[in-house]
Design a protein around this ligand. Sequence first.
Ligand SMILES: C[S@@+](CC[C@H](N)C(=O)[O-])C[C@H]1O[C@@H](n2cnc3c(N)ncnc32)[C@H](O)[C@@H]1O
Length: 320
Amino acid sequence: MSAPDPASPDVPAEAWSGVHRGPLRPGEWIRLTDQKGRRHNFELVPGKRFFSNRGHIDHDELIGREEGFTVTSSAGGEYLCFRPLLSEFVVSMPRGAAVVYPKDAAQIVALADIFPGAHVVEAGVGSGALTCSLLRAVGPYGRVSSYERREEFAEVARRNVNQFFGAPEGETHPAWHLTLGDLAEALPASGERADRVILDMLAPWECLDATADALRPGGIVCAYVATTTQLSRFVETVRVHGGFTEPQAWESLVRDWHVEGLAVRPGHKMIGHTAFLVTARRMAPGERPPLKKRRPAPGAYGPDYAGPRPPGVPVEEPTG
Ligand SMILES: C[S@@+](CC[C@H](N)C(=O)[O-])C[C@H]1O[C@@H](n2cnc3c(N)ncnc32)[C@H](O)[C@@H]1O
């Protein structure tokens, strides 16, 4: 890739960032936000009109201007006009399956350490929201191999990813490889090796053997699961496998703040729960992590526990 030209207003096309600078041009997607905060995303087409309950705006009034302006519709409504950010695009794009929310995609990119040039495997691709963040992070010299077992979701993801990165007709992001199939079978069949494997699916434990075989030593597995039962089963399966470090599990809560004069307080509404994240690192072949010094909490693996049992953890006899 050549060095960026400081005189050129636009982001180099070879960066595949999905971002443009400079005047708005035909074919780009923009976002209008009205005075009540309602958002409208659409593609700029010369000669077309945007209609709302406050009249209309001609696309030609927007094309050629620098984003970040207020435009007034024919009936006097004021609209803020910007190009949508990735975090805004993924929550408004068409969905097949539930998406990874931007706050979690940010955690995945940072804490699963997705780097430029990385080879990342993900499943399932769902609507392609996380795929966009992964492709942004690995860049055109990396590789994101996405596995999806449902054709109709793969198609939704294809459209969303190509729209976000502005891929010309018949092309896609050069780092993206989408395979239709179940990761547990298709990944071993591919012979791929990976630096990172991200699992966003109902039963990620079913894909752990395939993940372990594909991951390079030091590589990271990261699972995104919605419920505590999934969280428990995945963590215990990683422990039982034995070829990973002790799994780390967490969730992130984001709370908006209302800041107005002396009224500075947490916002009244927040997204209470999205999902839990788990990461663990792959040991080298034949290596095991050190045995844990600490005993499990009393009752943790008691008679009511029916999940996978880590090595060295005896069945506790019922007390009383
Ligand atoms: C919650 S969605 C993924 C959402 C996606 N990460 C996003 O951000 O848009 C889960 C997807 O995993 C797919 N899936 C479930 N198990 C799978 C497997 N073993 N291999 C491949 N895809 C799988 C489902 O068909 C579904 O589309």
